[in-house]
Ligand binder design. Structure first.
Ligand SMILES: Cc1ncc(CO)c(N)n1
Length: 226
């Protein structure tokens, strides 16, 4: 199965994500306030792009079931996913409303443009492959760290937010996307599947970079303040 190959090839990146100091900080209940706020600010910018790319996937859908799926994900990302940001802002004692208009940083820019590229130059399978590492890696992170987490960990609600059982970014959603890819892969050439896999792996790498950017507060080197 093509999706099995994607997961197998991404396994080393997933392991590195799970061992990233930001993710370990979530597991251990301690992440610096600066890192949290860069994450929230940049994730706000990322999710805006993500919703638009879902809308593009909806436009390229071939079945009503696919359209319903993307419609549901658009609503969720647009209306509910800020809940995860509210939890982090609560821990940092910051108001979410004050962190909605940050300037986009380099890793966010690259990740967003990578998604827009899939929309512009790819088919539905390319878009799904570029988007999947977002819900997939978060599901895997939360599954992995929930069992190690202390019940007094302030990040527990965040970890639970991304738990498959919570029915939010749930396992079935990730599985639906992987199945969609497997179905579409049957009609795709080997050369096309190679490009699809590259899009998937790049997004996995961008997921890693996204944690890194927040943890180390990476920004433009020659950033010009307006
Ligand atoms: C960068 C990033 N990846 C994944 C998720 C999970 O939806 C998120 N909110 N942000």
């Amino acid at each position: 199965m093509f999706s099995e190959q994607l997961k197998r090839d991404a396994a080393p990146i997933l392991t590195d994500i799970e061992n990233h100091p930001f993710v370990e900080g979530i597991r251990d209940g301690a992440v610096s306030r600066d890192a949290l706020m860069v994450y929230v600010e940049q994730d706000t910018r990322f999710l805006e792009a993500f919703v638009k790319v879902y809308a593009g996937a909806l436009e390229k859908s071939k079945t009503k079931k696919q359209m319903q799926f993307f419609d549901e994900q658009i609503r969720y990302t647009l209306n509910d996913e800020a809940g995860a940001h509210k939890i982090l802002c609560g821990i940092a004692d910051e108001a979410l409303e004050e962190h909605q208009n940050a300037e986009i940083r380099p890793a966010t820019y690259l990740y967003n443009e990578h998604l827009f590229n899939a929309l512009r130059t790819g088919q539905l399978i390319d878009i799904a492959a570029a988007m999947l590492p977002c819900p997939w890696t978060y599901n895997e992170i939360s599954k992995k760290i929930i069992s190690d987490s202390d019940p007094t960990n302030p990040f527990l609600p965040w970890i639970e937010f991304y738990q498959p059982e919570e029915g939010k970014v749930d396992d079935s959603m990730v599985n639906t996307l992987f199945s969609m890819i497997d179905e579409l892969a049957e009609e795709a050439s080997a050369a096309h599947l190679k490009r699809v896999e590259e899009r998937f792996l790049r997004s996995c790498e961008f997921e890693y970079d996204f944690w890194d950017q927040a943890y180390y507060q990476q920004d433009w080197k020659y950033h010009l303040q307006a």
